[in-house]
Design a protein around this ligand. Structure first.
Ligand SMILES: [Fe+2]
Ligand SMILES: [Fe+2]
Length: 301
């Protein structure tokens, strides 16, 4: 963590939690090897809805994370040395995530899903962002990194709520979640440095406006992606919308559950580490003597 004192987006000195160092865990998941059975089409506990939602998110990661890397790199000149080091590790982590989600997405296509419409939707959205000035790329990155940190927290803090099965795909999402929590403040701190000459009002109002726009676009496209993939499993019409709505807002209800943390972004002076969830990272890295023990170290929030 690298806070710039006196800016919107900082907390009083002395209140910062001891944040974990950013570790680059260069891991590979689900690579096809001779003799291994192909991944199940509904790898998320045999649930076509959960599988569609997570598959849709995964398809967005490679192009999305490339935007995040470009956005942060565009503003790294002149940052304090600690933030410069964090940016380097952020980039390494995101490059690894992209590589693994490209492999994951190939497995999704191999399972028989046509990803053309999902990729086209994503490409159009990212293209719209790239037409804007780089400071908008960075603001969009800050908003989307908040989303990924919220998903990551929820996924790790509620082991078994979203995926109970133990498989390579679930392990990929756990690994990605841990690293998203570790680097959740890097884009935000880069934003604070890039906008250090702005008034508090200007900084807050632009990041808040971008968050509202990103949320609307993300929800529209993620829902459309999931419905598109569900349709390829023969789940269509109002039944598809009802099942997806229940998945997101009922049980397991990820969107419902992360609403308060999402809203905290709009507080003046918000900083990603205001919520200290570094224990989730320590729980992941702790030696596991039996299944689930490390995750059980973490109080559910
Ligand atoms: Fe990532
Ligand atoms: Fe990230």
């Amino acid at each position: 963590m690298n806070r710039i004192n006196g800016l919107e987006g900082t907390s009083p000195v002395g209140k910062q939690p001891a944040t974990p160092p950013i570790q680059v865990r260069d891991r590979r998941f689900g690579r096809a090897r001779h003799g291994h059975a192909p991944a199940a089409r509904w790898w998320a506990d045999g649930d076509p809805v959960g599988t569609a939602w997570l598959n849709g998110l995964s398809v967005t990661f490679p192009e999305g994370e490339t935007l995040f890397i470009d956005a942060v790199k565009a503003f790294r000149d002149g940052v304090p040395p600690r933030l410069a080091a964090e940016i380097r590790d952020f980039v390494k982590q995101e490059v690894n995530h992209t590589r693994e989600h490209l492999a994951f997405n190939r497995a999704v296509a191999d399972a028989g899903y046509d990803l053309t419409a999902v990729e086209a939707r994503l490409h159009s959205l990212i293209g719209q962002v790239r037409e804007q000035p780089p400071i908008v790329w960075l603001g969009v990155t800050v908003a989307l990194e908040h989303f990924t940190a919220l998903f990551a927290h929820e996924f790790l803090a509620q082991p078994g709520r979203y995926i109970t099965g133990e498989n390579e795909q679930a392990e990929l999402w756990r690994w990605h979640s841990v690293e998203e929590i570790e680097h959740k403040a890097v884009a935000f701190d880069t934003w604070n440095h890039a906008t250090r000459g702005w008034s508090r009002w200007r900084r807050w109002s632009l990041r808040s406006a971008l968050m509202l726009r990103v949320t609307r676009n993300f929800m529209r496209s993620a829902n459309a992606d999931a419905l598109d993939l569900m349709a390829q499993d023969g789940i269509t019409g109002w039944r598809a919308k009802a099942r997806l709505g229940w998945y997101l807002l009922g049980r397991p209800g990820m969107l419902r559950r992360l609403l308060p943390a999402w809203a905290s972004f709009f507080l003046p002076g918000f900083h990603p580490w205001d919520r200290d969830d570094s224990a989730l990272v320590r729980g992941y890295d702790a030696p596991r003597t039996r299944k689930g023990q490390a995750a059980a170290l973490i109080p559910a929030t």
